[in-house]
Design a protein. Structure first.
Length: 246
């Protein structure tokens, strides 16, 4: 058993009073979609005569719209988005929840968390449903913002829709672009996976996956504890499936 650590330990003293909301990235944090994403990106690159490895390297944590403009500026963005989206929806049946994701989401009240993803709403909803995860009340997708990660727009929009101030939101991310977005939004970030390992500006903790995370609701907000052994008792409230935030 590894001792638990409160992620607020890495915050300034004035910030150590709990979080009002937890803002989750989707791919690589809640769902294991790496294989599906790699297959999609390689397929699209080969269809368009691009270097599949270059496209894949540029794609992590970014919107398809931004990727297309960077890798193939001569193509019609809307047409290419639809092409990639159709492929991704078909592959959504291969996506599974990552360890701990279902338990952590079930432990949270519906209005205290959101999913912010660079993917389209259609693809994100298909991956959440295919993984058996509850759809969030607040779902910020590629269509929701003018600028995707690494810009802060998505995280700031989620905080606003949840009625939370940015400084009291914890971002949970697995990609450098997502960490950059959290930092730009003025939000602390919990890193998931190898890409955000090690001391990085804005990172207040790092875990292998959400099986190493426990959320406790108290009078001053949400406390996020990390570092436990990979066994957790209890599942918290039953899943809710509210509609999307307005």
């Amino acid at each position: 058993m590894v001792p638990e650590t409160d992620v607020e330990r890495g915050l300034p003293t004035q910030g150590k009073s709990g979080f009002d909301a937890i803002l989750f990235d989707l791919d690589g944090v809640l769902v294991d979609s790496l294989g599906a994403i790699e297959k999609s990106m390689r397929w699209w690159a080969m269809e368009r005569g691009l270097d599949p490895e270059d496209v894949l390297a540029r794609s992590h944590g970014r919107r398809d719209e931004d990727l297309i403009r960077e890798c193939a500026p001569s193509l019609t963005v809307e047409t290419e988005i639809k092409l990639i989206e159709d492929f991704d929806v078909q592959e959504a049946k291969t996506v599974r929840p990552l360890p701990g994701a279902r338990r952590v989401l079930r432990s949270l009240e519906a209005g205290s968390w959101a999913v912010i993803t660079s993917g389209s709403r259609r693809v994100a909803a298909a991956r959440m449903a295919g993984s058996g995860l509850p759809e969030p009340r607040c779902f910020v997708t590629a269509e929701s913002v003018r600028r995707g990660k690494p810009f802060p727009d998505g995280y700031l929009l989620a905080a606003d829709r949840l009625g939370a101030v940015p400084e009291r939101c914890l971002v949970v991310e697995d990609a450098p672009a997502g960490l950059a977005a959290a930092r730009a939004a003025g939000m602390p970030c919990l890193g998931v996976g190898a890409a955000l390992a090690g001391p990085l500006p804005g990172l207040v903790g790092q875990v292998r996956d959400l099986d190493e995370v426990r959320v406790v609701t108290g009078p001053t907000g949400l406390r996020v504890l990390t570092g436990r052994s990979r066994t957790h008792a209890g599942t918290g409230p039953r899943e809710r499936r509210p509609g999307p935030c307005p």
